[in-house]
Design a binder for this molecule. Structure first.
Ligand SMILES: C[S@@+](CC[C@H](N)C(=O)[O-])C[C@H]1O[C@@H](n2cnc3c(N)ncnc32)[C@H](O)[C@@H]1O
Length: 426
């Protein structure tokens, strides 16, 4: 457990220094190639769980420490051990013993191991009282930065608590059945035969009762299914693509929504664009696994179509723009600690530019779907309302789905948070 704790500390330290958790873990796996799948799973669980509940764990530490630990690694070690004590089934004495040993690997200062031991044992003695004392502290209760809580309360006075809590749940594993290759009923029977329970959510979406690794999914490498959140699966059907149409996915990588477009309608002229070469590599892997070969790939900037556009208008455009990702914190708990209050304004500028630049590429009568995985209004309705006020040739079509309210799909047990605005050129 000591090595697991130490690598989890490294991951959390790098996230708080500004790095993306997935990339950090990928690097840790690469450098420590001898880690077993179980060890990787344990590190991942501790890193994700500690970040998911960091507001609470940090508040407990503030109660227990007279002053914050000088060495940040010791602070993260305490947070990790508290996470394990509160949320794991590991025996408490083993967690404390291992934390003390881990502290010896971090520093030779003997006071450090004494501190770790005293703080953790103190927590175990006063657990109920300490948890009670931090109840009135919102950052501790919800485990989000205060500005994030305040923004959601202001924008969703009725729903903000449910949104915050949904972001702290373990994400569901949802599959999209490739309708070109199989059917929902048939694939569900294949899952049943493997002892993998699932629930149909509508359309091509099946939620697994318990997540499994993709290698265990029948026909995964042959392209029968894709792992994709149910909310993300709303995008392709909304765009209403017909055979023969020219379709642009302007922010396409890693290809979740564009592969869905290709699965839903055969014989479309699909162009997939993304600004980043490395992300396009992942996209091509996904296309080839799903055996989709008929598409045009462009590495280019959606903010600057003059660099890559050949002048032929599109019938449909998907603009799944870069955003704060505030609707998918359940999958990426690092996001809530990495974002800063001003980030939404920066994203809004990029989103507005992409929308304005893509609009001239759409033919008259054509449709553009503006999408984000954010719940912040500045990236969603505020962008599209401003766009509609400036572009007289644009109108907004309804996104008819009972769960989508004014374009916004709030995160819940069966899907993440998304925003969709379907715009038509008149
Ligand atoms: C929300 S993700 C898209 C997810 C994708 N649609 C899917 O369903 O798998 C946004 C994508 O936009 C890309 N991106 C960011 N800025 C861009 C730009 N200026 N032009 C084109 N792509 C951009 C990012 O690399 C990222 O892959």
């Amino acid at each position: 457990m000591i090595e697991i704790q130490l690598l989890a500390i490294q991951a959390i330290g790098e996230v708080f220094a500004g790095a993306n958790l997935n990339e950090v873990l990928r690097n840790i796996w690469q450098i420590n190639s001898r880690l077993t799948p179980q060890q990787r799973g344990a590190i991942q669980d501790i890193a994700y769980g500690t970040l998911r509940h960091y507001g609470q764990l940090d508040a407990i530490l503030h109660q227990l420490l007279n002053k914050p630990a000088q060495d940040k690694s010791l602070h993260y070690l305490l947070a990790i051990a508290l996470y394990q004590l509160c949320y794991s089934k590991a025996p408490a004495h083993a967690i404390v013993d291992h934390a003390v040993s881990s502290s010896r690997k971090i520093t030779r200062n003997p006071a450090a191991s004494g501190l770790i031991n005293a703080v953790l044992r103190n927590f175990m003695r006063q657990r109920t009282l300490l948890l009670d004392q931090i109840k009135s502290n919102e950052v501790a209760r919800y485990s989000y930065p205060q500005w994030w809580i305040d923004k959601l309360r202001q924008q969703y006075p009725q729903d903000y608590k449910a949104i915050l809590l949904a972001g702290n749940e373990h994400p569901a594993m949802i599959l999209r059945i490739n309708s070109l290759r199989t059917s929902v009923n048939h694939y569900q029977a294949m899952l049943d035969a493997q002892g993998i329970g699932s629930e149909w959510l509508g359309g091509s979406a099946l939620q697994l009762i318990r997540p499994v690794s993709v290698e265990k999914l029948p026909g995964f490498s042959e392209g029968l299914v894709t792992v994709q959140d149910a909310g993300a699966q709303f995008a392709a059907p909304l765009l209403d693509v017909k055979a023969g149409m020219r379709v642009l996915d302007a922010c396409a990588a890693p290809g979740g929504k564009s592969t869905h477009l290709a699965e839903l309608t055969e014989n479309i002229k699909l162009t997939v664009l993304d600004k980043y070469e490395d992300r396009l590599t992942r996209l091509t892997e996904n296309f080839s696994r799903l055996q989709i070969t008929d598409y045009q790939l462009i590495c280019g900037d959606a903010m600057n179509p003059s660099q890559w556009w050949n002048g032929q208008l599109y019938d449909r455009i998907l603009a799944d723009v870069p955003c704060s990702a505030s609707g998918v914190v359940n999958r990426h708990p690092d996001i809530k600690w990495l974002r800063r209050p001003g980030d939404t304004d920066n994203f809004a500028q990029i989103q507005t530019t992409i929308l304005n630049e893509l609009w001239p590429l759409l033919r008259h009568g054509g449709k553009l779907l503006y999408a984000t995985c954010s719940v912040f209004n500045e990236e969603n309705n505020l962008i599209t309302e401003k766009f509609l006020s400036i572009h007289q040739d644009a109108s907004r079509l309804p996104c008819s789905h009972e769960e989508i309210n004014n374009g916004q799909l709030l995160p819940g047990p069966h899907h993440d948070g998304f925003f969709y605005a379907l715009l038509q050129k008149n």
